[in-house]
Design a protein around this ligand. Structure first.
Ligand SMILES: NC(=O)c1ccc[n+]([C@@H]2O[C@H](COP(=O)([O-])OP(=O)(O)OC[C@H]3O[C@@H](n4cnc5c(N)ncnc54)[C@H](OP(=O)(O)O)[C@@H]3O)[C@@H](O)[C@H]2O)c1
Length: 417
């Protein structure tokens, strides 16, 4: 690091409660003099940052929940992140200069150089890059994957199976794309709702049974047609012996609002609604989750649908088996382009935005549906040993990668223990 270098710090200035479209004008670069880390701190060069919908709630005057607070004026934005250690405090044991470290939750500040508490970061073994793209530690092999896996395993009636018809909203996003793929692996029929025709194609590539564009002229009719034609519909014959639309037995709700109101109308009696997120409502102040409109609430009550609010951090006791499965599947994912025979394992799709300067625009783009899979910002290059290991990844057979990765992926090793 050159002496006297200036570093960008993205922080919030101006009033809170603004629509996210207006946030760009409130995010200004600030000079940040790098400081020497205190005894229990590490100084890092930022390599990747995670771009997450929950940040939007922190721009409001109230987040509506008690576990995350609104940003104070001038406070740096922070999310999960990955950095290269430049310097460590005297009392730090573990990470050393040149190591890659991950902060998997929400306290890596959006700065090019950041001082972090050593206890909040975990050293990433350089050899792990032989098996997994390091950025996957912010997505399918990090909090995003844990959200999908723990929700499906632990909420409601347990893992979906071949008799389930699952609907997923926000289906082409970070969490949704993994939820759909994990449900397909478990034999369920999966209908995904996403925000463009390109994303419809993407969901079909992932193996979703049906994919719908939420901007279509008649989403209600599209949903009914999808539920008439999923494989389970063949088994649901009506009195005329023609297939009937099947009812949804599990709805993974990432978005709330109009999409969810339509899906709820198609849910089976005593089915499950897993309330993961309500992104369509994050611009508004108020309690979380917001109340359902009367018509949807009446359906939920009449059909005794179990609508359960879900937060991944409550399931830390399940992180170990979750990471073992997720990392093995991601590591074993073959390059399927041009190989129709290769079965998908778990595709950890990413939308990568380049440079810290692009971070506010990346956030706004993600909130507007510009991302496919996990949205991340690549702020700088990987440290050379990690980059060398990553360059060799393609040479290892996918199945071997899948087996080897299990020796590295304890929750402690990835910082989520
Ligand atoms: N409960 C938990 O522990 C937990 C943990 C992580 C995330 N979450 C929640 O899970 C959800 C997905 O998060 P993610 O990180 O995977 O984000 P993401 O799906 O990768 O990105 C957000 C997506 O939301 C969709 N969207 C935006 N505005 C919308 C609207 N008005 N109506 C419908 N869809 C809209 C857009 O996709 P399309 O345009 O393609 O529809 C956009 O790409 C969020 O609600 C988030 O808060 C919850």
């Amino acid at each position: 690091m050159r002496a006297g270098a200036r570093h960008l710090l993205w922080c919030i200035l101006g009033s809170q409660g603004a629509k996210h479209a207006a946030l760009a004008s409130q995010l200004w670069p600030q000079p940040l003099p790098p400081r020497t880390p205190a005894p229990h701190e590490v100084l890092c060069r930022t390599v990747y940052l995670s771009v997450d919908p929950f940040l939007r709630c922190r721009f409001n005057a109230s987040t509506g929940v008690d576990y995350t607070q609104p940003y104070a004026l001038g406070e740096p934005i922070a999310s999960a992140g990955i950095g290269e250690v430049l310097q460590v405090g005297d009392a730090v044991r573990g990470p050393a200069p040149g190591d890659l470290v991950v902060e998997p939750f929400d306290s890596f500040p959006w700065q090019s150089v950041a001082v972090l508490e050593a206890a909040k970061v975990q050293r990433v073994p350089p050899l792990l890059a032989l098996l997994l793209p390091p950025s996957a530690l912010l997505g399918a092999c990090g909090q995003t994957g844990l959200t999908a896996w723990c929700g499906l395993e632990t909420v409601g009636g347990g893992r979906p199976n071949g008799s389930d018809v699952v609907a997923v909203s926000g289906a082409a996003g970070a969490v949704g794309s993994l939820v759909g793929q994990l449900c397909k692996r478990r034999g369920a029929a999966v209908v995904g709702v996403c925000g463009s025709e390109a994303k419809v194609d993407f969901l079909q590539e992932l193996g979703f049974d049906r994919a719908l564009n939420r901007h279509s002229a008649d989403l209600r009719a599209d949903l009914r047609a999808a539920l008439l034609s999923v494989p389970q519909a063949d088994r649901a014959l009506g009195t005329s012996r023609s297939p009937q639309p099947v009812d949804i037995t599990l709805y993974w709700d990432n978005v709330g609002g109009a999409v969810s109101d339509l899906v709820i109308q198609c849910m089976a009696p005593r089915s499950e609604l897993l309330l993961c997120g309500q992104i369509s409502t994050y611009d508004a102040e108020g309690d979380y989750p917001p109340p359902l409109p009367a018509e949807s609430a009446a359906v939920v009550e009449r059909r005794r649908i179990r609508r359960e609010r879900y937060t991944v951090v409550k399931y830390k006791h399940r992180f170990a088996p979750a990471l073992a499965e997720l990392c093995a599947l991601v590591a074993a994912e073959a390059r399927r382009r041009g190989r129709r025979d290769a079965a998908p394992e778990l595709r950890a799709e990413e939308t990568v935005y380049d440079g810290l300067d692009a971070a506010p625009a990346a956030f706004i783009d993600m909130m507007g549906g510009g991302n496919t899979g996990k949205a991340v910002v690549r702020c700088s290059e990987l440290p050379p040993p990690v980059a060398r290991a990553a360059a060799l990844r393609a040479w290892l057979p996918p199945a071997l990668r899948g087996r080897l990765v299990r020796s590295f992926v304890t929750p402690e090793a990835l910082g989520v223990g």
